[in-house]
Design a protein around this ligand. Structure first.
Ligand code: WT7
Length: 635
């Protein structure tokens, strides 16, 4: 029996049991069976959740790009590695074979070196979904530079915060980006960000839109001429298994974004292994994940996981609604997609369009459908299953996080059963548990509580860049010896997990993880604002949307409130990005507070969701009188 590919239910149980009883033997066998190591490990796992410190494959040497590219050259040199589908459907798609990818990554790696980037340096990648994004990422990994990809929809301020937090000395970007019918001036955003990033010495600029852009003398360089002159060969830097591979920022409930640090060996093994099994990928399949590489989903399941399996992975530049809402299905037909991985928010938006634009296309190539980023509601699940999957393609509802690096709870299609709205069973090697608020583990089935993980898995983040204490406090302090996910979950009568949502102040809007604190900070910068509280409320398409309660400074505030709302959303857009804009803004004279002055978001959340019948006891509040007014004026 191969541990690497699980094909039957019996095997799942057998392998799962082994992965829990003898995790070191299990992961050692997987690592040995399928990867290219320059040197094997001294120990498989050393860990201590108290510190916390986790080491997988300590002492091993490797380069992840040799695993993702070089080793496929003899057997898959002419196979398409990356299939680029442009925003404009009339523009030809581009098939980048493994041999071409090898050359392009090596050239790019040489350009990085020639521009002073060395092992351990941080490089910020702020590039739209074009091949250069994946290639730049891999080029960093080739030379051991730590990439920090920032989603190219973030604002200049958000970009600057991320560049400075990890002290990047280089930024890679493009002249602009295409999103549907719009062209966005990315370079302008970078220029604005760099006004407050004194340590960035070089900006490499890829050409995409052809827009005329400002190029700062001595700092900004066009990428293409450098690539044209660079050598096709760049020896891979030999990395330790625990050397950082990348930093990826995610929002927390408070404070600035957290730079989650992922390391090399364990991340590679786990993302490759989950990709193979969760998608049941076989050699000639064409796989498409619609996420952006700017999120963890794209890192693990557009770039590293698929390429480590020698897969063909589609990279789509555009949006689901351009030129019309049939675009996804047109692409499925055009490239005969076998595995399709998207977010519930996209599914809901597309379901709303009816079936006409689905029926136009041949979707018979589809074998597996995936969902990620937020709970998928019953209706969306059934639409996906019936209308897209024609009842023959299992849906894997994959629960995981930026912090976990790879999928944690998910069905394995054709192997384990699915159940609507359930992420179902833990993946091999994952040991979830549910805890009550007093810190007791809830045993048995039919329980609900806070979702924790009891044992390390290879792709977990090792720290927060520059702030190990925060890493410890956020994930390892709520429950002793356990990783706390921040999510609530229930376990049904047969042991399947259903994720019920965040239990902290993080709100998932259209699959984007947004912390309330940074949004409130942005709002509070407005001179008319005294204080604010953001909560989530249910939304048809976005899953959750943002509801802001805002108190203004002057009682005699005479400004037109519609203008004020616009200004506040503009501020949020500038500071964070358009994804964080508020759907509803209610001005209120006071916000409900505890006696210690903490805003009671729980009450505001219920009002925003129209659950005003069970607000709970408000009598202990500092200012209970404001609650009724807020209810009366709710939007
Ligand atoms: C949070 C993590 C996983 C990569 C994309 C998001 C929510 C994620 C599911 C799911 C219910 C889900 C959780 C989690 N989430 N997948 N299948 N069912 N909730 O990564 O931005 O780090 O967000 O997304 O609340 O904690 P992220």
């Amino acid at each position: 029996m191969s541990n690497y590919h699980i094909k039957h239910l019996e095997e799942y149980y057998q392998v799962y049991r082994k992965s829990v009883r003898e995790p070191e033997n299990f992961w050692e066998e997987v690592a040995e069976e399928h990867f290219l190591w320059r040197k094997k490990w001294d120990s498989v796992l050393e860990w201590d959740f108290k510190k916390p410190s986790v080491n997988w494959f300590k002492g091993a040497k490797l380069n992840i790009t040799e695993n993702c590219i070089d080793r496929h050259l003899t057997t898959r040199g002419n196979k398409t590695a990356i299939l680029f589908e442009p925003n404009n459907p009339d523009e030809p798609s581009e098939h980048i074979t493994y041999s071409e990818l090898y050359k392009r990554v090596n050239k790019f790696a040489n350009v990085l070196k020639e521009n002073g980037i060395k092992k351990g340096d941080r490089v910020c990648i702020y590039v739209p979904m074009i091949p250069e994004l994946a290639i730049a990422t891999l080029a960093c990994a080739r030379i051991g530079a730590i990439h920090s990809v920032v989603f190219a929809g973030f604002s200049a301020t958000a970009l600057a915060t991320r560049i400075n937090d990890s002290d990047c000395k280089m930024v890679i970007t493009s002249d602009g980006s295409f999103r549907g019918s719009k062209a966005i001036d990315l370079k302008g955003i970078v220029d604005e960000a760099l006004d407050s990033c004194p340590n960035v010495t070089t900006v490499l600029v890829a050409k995409r839109t052809g827009a005329e852009v400002f190029m700062k003398e001595g700092r900004d360089v066009w990428l293409q001429p450098l690539l044209d002159n660079a050598s096709n060969e760049c020896p891979a830097e030999i990395m330790d298994a625990e050397d950082p591979l990348f930093i990826l920022y995610t929002s927390g409930s408070t404070g600035k974004p957290k730079g989650m640090v992922h390391t090399t060996g364990g991340y590679m093994v786990y993302t490759a292994y989950t990709f193979k099994n969760a998608f049941q990928y076989t050699e000639n399949d064409v796989y498409w994940c619609t996420a952006d590489i700017g999120w963890i989903t794209g890192h693990s399941y557009i770039v590293y996981g698929p390429l480590a399996n020698g897969a063909t992975t589609v990279l789509f530049e555009g949006v689901p609604s351009y030129p019309d809402f049939g675009r996804f299905w047109q692409i499925v037909e055009k490239h005969k997609i076998n595995q399709f991985y998207t977010a519930p928010t996209a599914i809901r938006a597309l379901a709303k369009q009816g079936t006409e634009l689905v029926d136009k296309y041949d979707l018979s190539s589809l074998k597996v459908l995936g969902s990620v980023g937020e709970p998928i509601n019953e209706e969306a699940w059934h639409w996906y299953n019936d209308t897209i999957g024609k009842n023959k393609s299992p849906i894997i509802d994959t629960w995981w996080q930026t912090e976990t690096g790879g999928m944690m709870i998910t069905p394995i299609p054709f192997v384990t059963p699915t159940k609507p709205t359930y992420a179902t069973l833990p993946f091999i090697g994952v040991q979830p548990c549910l805890m009550d608020e007093e810190g007791n583990e809830l045993k048995g089935n039919q329980v609900s509580g806070r979702l924790c993980i009891k044992f390390p898995w290879p792709s977990m983040a090792r720290t927060i860049w520059g702030n190990h204490q925060r890493y410890k406090e956020t994930y390892f302090s709520a429950y002793e010896n356990k990783y706390f996910t921040g999510d609530g979950a229930l376990r049904d009568e047969v042991g399947y997990y259903r994720i019920t949502g965040r239990v902290d102040d993080v709100i998932i809007v259209s699959g984007h993880n947004l912390g309330t604190a940074p949004i409130e900070d942005a709002i509070n910068e407005h001179p008319a604002v005294s204080e604010s509280a953001i909560v989530g409320f249910p939304h048809d398409i976005k899953g959750s949307a943002l509801y802001g309660y805002i108190t203004l400074k002057g009682v005699g505030e005479s400004r037109n409130h519609d203008n004020l709302k616009k200004e506040i959303n503009q501020l949020i857009s500038d500071r964070i990005g358009p994804i964080a804009k508020l759907d509803k803004i209610q001005f209120s004279e006071g916000l409900p507070k505890t006696r210690s002055g903490k805003i009671m978001r729980r009450i505001l959340r219920k009002i925003a969701s129209n659950e005003i019948d069970n607000l709970g006891d408000v009598s202990t509040l500092l200012n209970p009188e404001c609650v009724q007014k807020i209810i009366d004026n709710r939007l």
